[in-house]
Design a protein around this ligand. Structure first.
Ligand code: OOG
Ligand code: MG
Length: 262
């Protein structure tokens, strides 16, 4: 029997204090995937105890670009809380992160709960609105390196998320061009089709994967569909903007000078 609480404390403290840790798998905590999700749940329970509330779910490795960048190909999911939300146009401090990266995504806002195996139509029937979104991922592991259980235990690198204006769920999001720009220069260009051929598939996949653990997506939650391109490392003073065909833009900036020392 493993001490999931103790391992959860390690990953939670790393995220909370923005301090890199060695991979669990390289430091005597070789978890299987089931155990890794238990650590994730226990780690998030600590955040809820500190007053954060669940705000949704994010999917990982739903595009080839992300799978290739990280060398892993199984879809994974993580938990979002209200404290991870960054306002559109807001500013982040690098001191709050270990080595953050931004990636272009699409967000779904749910108006009804969604659970189990569902068709794309059933999944979309639960959607209130769709928005362009940026996820700020931040692996707590040294060198941003991990195996699948490591990253799952670390809440799939979830750190912050930014959503833009909300659009009708009837918007055709099957193949929307997008450009992630830093300081006005496109650094990643792609299409929403890169996300499982249609981002709604990420929503259906989340519903199915959560059901394996007797969980469901709740009304009012956000579902982040996963990065459509590789993620981009962030530097002090960066102005990050995602432009998406039909859905407009969303962005944030990184404060120019780090606050305090790390
Ligand atoms: C893991 C999280 C993956 C995505 O959108 O594919 C992810 C990572 O790359 O650190 O968020
Ligand atoms: Mg992501």
């Amino acid at each position: 029997m493993r001490d999931f609480q103790a391992i959860a404390t390690i990953v939670d403290d790393a995220a909370r204090f923005a301090k890199a840790i060695p991979q669990l798998s390289l430091s005597g905590h070789d978890l299987d995937l089931d155990e890794a999700y238990r650590v994730q749940a226990a780690s998030l329970a600590r955040r809820y105890q500190r007053g954060e509330t669940p705000s949704g779910v994010k999917m990982g490795f739903t595009s080839r670009a992300k799978q290739i960048q990280m060398g892993l190909s199984d879809m994974i999911w993580g938990r979002l809380t209200d404290a991870m939300r960054v306002e559109d146009g807001g500013e982040i401090e690098l001191a709050d992160y270990v080595h953050p990266r931004a990636e272009p995504e699409i967000a779904f806002l749910l108006k009804k709960p969604l659970s189990g195996k569902v068709t794309l139509v059933e999944a979309m029937n639960c959607v209130e609105a769709i928005a362009p979104a940026i996820e700020i991922i931040d692996s707590r592991y040294e060198g941003f390196k991990f195996n699948l259980p490591d990253v799952v235990a670390d809440n799939t690198s979830s750190s912050s998320y930014v959503t833009g204006s909300w659009f009708s769920p009837a918007t055709d999001i099957s193949n929307l061009g997008m450009s992630l720009e830093i300081n006005g220069r496109p650094v990643q260009v792609g299409s929403s089709a890169a996300i499982l051929n249609h981002p709604a598939r990420a929503l259906a996949a989340a519903s199915r994967l959560l059901a394996e653990q007797n969980l469901e997506l709740e009304a009012g939650w956000i579902l982040m569909a996963g990065g459509a391109t590789a993620a981009q490392a962030l530097m002090p003073g960066d102005h990050v903007r995602l432009q998406m065909q039909e859905l407009g833009m969303v962005g944030f900036s990184v404060a120019a000078a780090a606050k305090g020392e790390k």
